[in-house]
Every structure is written in structure tokens, then in C-alpha cells.
Write a protein that binds this ligand. Sequence first.
Ligand code: PSU
Ligand code: MN
Length: 347
Amino acid sequence: APRASVLSRCCRGTRAPRGRYIHNLPSSSQSKFLKVSEEVRDAVATGKPVVALETTIYTHGFPYPDNIALASLLESVVRANGGVPATIGVLGGIARVGMSAEEIMELASTAEKKTALKVSRRDLGYICGMGLAGKPIHGGTTISGTMILSQLAGIKIFGTGGLGGVHRGGEYSMDISADLTELGRTPVTVISSGCKSFLDIPRTLEYLETEGVCVGTFADGREGSVDFPAFFTRDSGFRSPRVIQNEAEAAAIVYAQSKLPVTSGIHFANPVPLEASVPKAEMDAVIEEAVRLADVEGYHGSDNTPFVLAKIKELSGGKSVIANRALIESNVERATRVAVELAKLEE
Ligand code: PSU
Ligand code: MN
């Protein structure tokens, strides 16, 4: 396929192996502060389906050593479905795209003592600057942080568990996840199971609309209107703005948006697998209590989400962890299939 138009906008006109042009590689894809693995660089350059994976779920979500098992499971899910995984995080003040097993181990083992930073857009300059200043620290990247690094490395598809959102009472506290503004400004497609109902789902959907984010939910043949999912449950009581039937449709939307081009991100919600879903009434009660405790104990700002998630885990007797693991796995598989369909369109 001709790459002339891509090449003319690209800074590197080098030929890749097999005579294919290197494309999609921004000049910023390697620097003192950003290391992209050779496998990921080669996969992006030759148009293979690459799937980004975040690391806040390992540093601030799952406990050690479950987090390491999950990280390796997710990478193998991507490979088994024909993709190349790119686990993204910060080690010693250097952002990494395509972390090795040893690097993931090093980052994930901070979960016990919580010594890694939770890195969203605002924290990237800080953590890399601290590394330069002789204070190297590790960081798990959130959806927002991971989207930025994905885009710098030329990765378009990203699979994870749940999206941040507008917190309840956010109209007063202004606690709105940086994930939402990131989706408004960075052209990466995030596949997750929607957002947890400890967030304000209708305001989250309104905010995403304002930010210009296409939000669609996979329906898999279900007829009629479909809810935007609430992480542990398939139903939230709020309709998804768009309904997507399959991965080919999803990839067509990503492709069209990139060719126009419209430079905001896309969110595709993949409802939790039925067999792993938790009854809504049961989860609602647990979430109410977790949110109440966060307020009483004074967990605000970026500490709020990790605290509420930990409380939910405790109060649901581990049920939430089982659902969480199942839905992440399903989202990553779905993301890989979208990336495979997208690679076909881009050939
Ligand atoms: N929601 C979940 N699980 C998670 C997160 C959110 O159900 O692990 C993590 C993701 O990394 C997300 C971040 O990007 O928390 C959002 O944090 P905040 O609400 O502070 O923006
Ligand atoms: Mn917040």
C-alpha cells in the first residue's frame, strides 16, 4: 500500500524490513524520558495490531503478587488474539512503552508499600523531571497517562478495566477524572467496562459529550437500546449514546475518525461477561457504603478512587475482584480484536 501521504507528514522516511515504510512514528517516540521497546516500535512501524495496557491497575488496584499474574495474563490474551501487547508505565523517572516481564515485576512489586506514584497527565513532567534531578521514582500510569504515552509511541488501541469519571458531588468538588479531558484531546481508543457506579454516570456521559468523545457500547446482537455499563453490572440505568455490534464496526469508526481527522479519543464500553457480573442491588449497597467511608475518612483527590476501590473489594468479600479480573480480560481481548480489524483497514 502506498504510504506517500503518511510519509510526507512523518519525520522518518526510513524503510522497514520487508520493504514497508515506517509510519505512525512521531519524532517524540524516543527520548531521554521515553523508551519504547524494540518489539513495539517494530510492530507500530510495520502496521501490526498493538494494544496498550495501563499500570495503575497494578500499582494501585490489584494486590501483589496477583497484579503480576494479571499483567502476564493480559499480555498473553493480546498475543493469543494476534496482537502485540504494550504495557505502559514509569520506571525510575523514565516512561516505558512495552515493558519487559522484569520491568513489570519491578513496578508491580511496589503495590505492597504503595511507593509508586499514580501518574495522570499532570504527573508525567513531574516524575520524569524528578528522575533527571536525581530522584528516580516509579509510576503506574492511569488511563490519561497511558493514552498520552500510547499516542507518542503511535499506538491507537488501549484495553483496560474501568474509566474514571465525574465523582458524585462533582458539580461542587470539581472532582472530574483527567481520563475524561484526555479522551477529549488525545486520539486513542479506550475499551473498558464503563465506569463504576460510585461515580456520577449521567454527568460523566454529559462531560464526555462536551469533550467531543464518541461513546459506544458493544451490544453483540442485543436489540434496542443498550445501557452504558457500570463496570460490575451490565445495566446502569443510563442509555449508551451509541451502540456497536462488533469489532469491525468499532474499527471502522476509529479508522474514519483518524482519516478525517478528528483528534479526540473514543471510548468503547464492553459490558462485563454475564457469568461474572454482580447483581446491581448488591453492588449498589456496597458502593454506597464505600463512598460514605471515603467521605468520613477524608479521602479526596487522586486518593479517592484507590480508597473506594479497596473498600468495595473488602465489603463485597472479594466478589468484586473476581468480576474485575474477568472484565479486564474480556476488555483486552475485545481491544485486540478491534486492533486486528483496524490493522486490516490500514493495510
Ligand atoms: N476505575 C476503576 N479501576 C481503576 C481505575 C479507575 O474501576 O483501576 C484507575 C484507572 O487507572 C483510571 C484511574 O484511569 O483510576 C482514574 O483515577 P481518578 O479517578 O483519580 O482520575
Ligand atoms: Mn479525581
